[in-house]
Design a protein around this ligand. Sequence first.
Ligand SMILES: C[S@@+](CC[C@H](N)C(=O)[O-])C[C@H]1O[C@@H](n2cnc3c(N)ncnc32)[C@H](O)[C@@H]1O
Length: 273
Amino acid sequence: MVTNAEELREQVRRRYAESARAVTEAGAGCGCGSGSCCDGETDAASFGEALYDAEQREQLPEAAALASLGCGNPTAVAELREGETVLDLGSGGGIDVILSAKRVGPTGTAYGLDMTDEMLALARQNAHEASVVNVHFLKGIMEQIPLPADSVDVVISNCVINLSVDKAAVLTEIARVLRPGGRVGVSDIVAEDRLAAQDRAERGSYVGCIAGALSKGEYVAGLEAAGFEKVSVEFTHEVADGMHGAIIKAVKTTEPGGKGLPVVQPGATAGCC
Ligand SMILES: C[S@@+](CC[C@H](N)C(=O)[O-])C[C@H]1O[C@@H](n2cnc3c(N)ncnc32)[C@H](O)[C@@H]1O
């Protein structure tokens, strides 16, 4: 029985430590569709490496592709440019960090942030095998991103924000670390607005990326409250009744004190969700 946010976050951490160990020790995949990954309760084509095209998979060590637990392909939606700084929230086995590092080139930098030691070790090993050097894997939580304000051009994430115990803090932190005009391009599970929190919980577990999903309306409102404009949430594939893999895009306003832009300090949150 979950009693508080810390305990829930610890359940999430344990779940993904297990997934990382499965790849590292057995050389096996996450078992999408067999109940052992995010979300694991739906078919394999909805999650993991199947969402990357052959050209992208060729650029990756086998373990990085096998460790993929995402519900989309944020590197395909975020327009990454040479020389940019990219941050991947909940970077897991490092698949999107490695692909981003190649896209931004040697003059750019790709950061991966994850709270799970086993995932960080796997990601570092995968980056080494992929021979990418413009990557840094940081240990921390996305509710308190360990990077300075205005230091990132693009934030990506793949099936992780739904796992946060404080989504408002995550969106506020994304706004803080992005430069004015910086972009968000993430994949996540998103519920139709008709589904109440209880309905979402009936469709899958929290650690399996279903029960904690925001609705489309909550995502839009949360991003706007955190100081984003040009917000869009586009469903891509249904993973359970009324629950979808989705692409979420937004741009941090360039106006100082612009519409909805809060004065943010690390750890402070915008009101949403
Ligand atoms: C579903 S997996 C996705 C991994 C990766 N993005 C991918 O596409 O394969 C979720 C990852 O997010 C990490 N994670 C979950 N909650 C987090 C949090 N609050 N802060 C940082 N990392 C978190 C987990 O440790 C895990 O590696």
